[in-house]
Write a protein that binds this ligand. Structure first.
Ligand SMILES: [Zn+2]
Length: 203
């Protein structure tokens, strides 16, 4: 594409680096912002700067939060005896959207994947173990993707915890997640949380 302006070209280039946005959409967005009279570009750039410079993570569950502890961790109405372990904030939000889970969460930040250079140290596993060692958690729900990496991560955490009294369950595998947890529809995902199955370990 021949751009009439280097500035426009740069904007299109950087917008199209975002996931799911091709060059055509990027051009449409850039032109929209050029002609907008309501200060959209200024608002957008400020919120993007805030997003990178001010965003915080909950010190307990590691989800995105503006406070030291997130609204789930500080809620009085959530069941603190159950922790749902997820890979990402997106997965947490997907499960929250189902409205079927009223316990707590722990965001790992990924799964163990030696090929990608992700070991247990790269993930929020130690802080999960510290939370469980406080003694009030009775069940861990492992809502990780049904892959070798997901299974390895569950196995690693279970071994590291070594707490026979702690119930560990995985979300039902009979349902199709379409690859990723975040793409599962709300009803399927909600149902799979309710019909979770006890983790059978390595046997
Ligand atoms: Zn939290």
């Amino acid at each position: 594409m021949e751009f009439p302006s280097k500035i426009l070209e740069n904007a299109v280039k950087s917008i199209s680096t975002l996931p799911g946005i091709g060059k055509k959409t990027a051009l449409r967005l850039a032109l929209h912002l050029i002609y907008d009279q309501n200060g959209k570009a200024e608002l957008l750039s400020q919120s993007l700067i805030d997003l990178k410079s001010k965003i915080n993570f909950c010190s307990s569950c590691h989800t995105i939060s503006d406070e030291y502890l997130c609204h789930i961790c500080t809620s009085q109405s959530r069941n603190k005896k159950v922790i749902c372990v997820v890979e990402s904030v997106r997965d947490l939000l997907a499960i929250e959207d189902t409205g079927q889970f009223s316990g707590m969460y722990h965001v790992l930040g990924g799964v163990i994947s030696p090929l990608d250079g992700i070991g247990p140290e790269e993930l929020n596993i130690d802080s999960l173990i510290s939370r469980i060692q406080l003694g009030y958690v009775e069940e861990l729900i492992m809502a990780l993707s049904p892959t070798i990496e997901g299974d390895t991560t569950i196995f690693y955490i279970t071994r590291k915890l070594n707490q026979p009294d702690l119930r560990i369950s995985t979300i039902a595998r009979g349902v199709s997640f379409g690859g990723d947890l975040e793409y599962a529809d709300e009803i399927t995902l909600g149902r799979s949380i309710l019909s979770r199955v006890p983790y059978a370990g390595n046997d």
